[in-house]
Design a protein around this ligand. Structure first.
Ligand SMILES: CC(=O)Nc1ccn([C@H]2C[C@H](O)[C@@H](CO)O2)c(=O)n1
Length: 109
């Protein structure tokens, strides 16, 4: 499959991505095709507004039950809130993927 060049985040989370505070996102298998080293455009899910660019660092399997404080810190969310959000988006899914990324600093472009 061709590596995707775009990713969406809920609008309320995009300030965390654009500030560099959020450095992972947890997605299901439909979004596990991001290629490490590739540059990806970030858009809001609701209005498709471009937010920033990120570089994908890794895509790794992550079971829902293994989500812990480390992931919450990388997500810049409280653990309880993160797990509730993931259960809402991906109900009853154990097999998830952790996508690690870094912000592309727009001031250098
Ligand atoms: C289309 C879709 O699923 N969009 C998503 C999925 C997840 N997120 C956020 C919610 C949490 O912070 C992490 C972990 O799933 O990623 C999202 O913004 N958009």
């Amino acid at each position: 499959m061709t590596a995707p060049t775009k990713i969406t985040f809920f609008e309320f989370l995009t300030p965390l991505v654009a500030s560099g505070l959020k450095t992972i996102t947890i997605r299901d298998a439909s979004e596990n095709h991001y290629r490490p080293g590739s540059q990806v455009e970030v858009f809001t899910l609701e209005n498709h507004i471009k937010v920033c660019d990120i570089i994908i660092l890794a895509v790794e399997p992550l079971a829902f039950d293994d989500i812990n404080e480390f992931h919450a810190t990388q997500e810049s969310l409280p653990l309880v809130e993160l797990k509730q959000l993931i259960q809402t988006v991906y109900p009853n899914q154990q097999a998830l993927f952790m996508i690690s990324f870094k912000l592309v600093d727009a001031s250098y472009s």
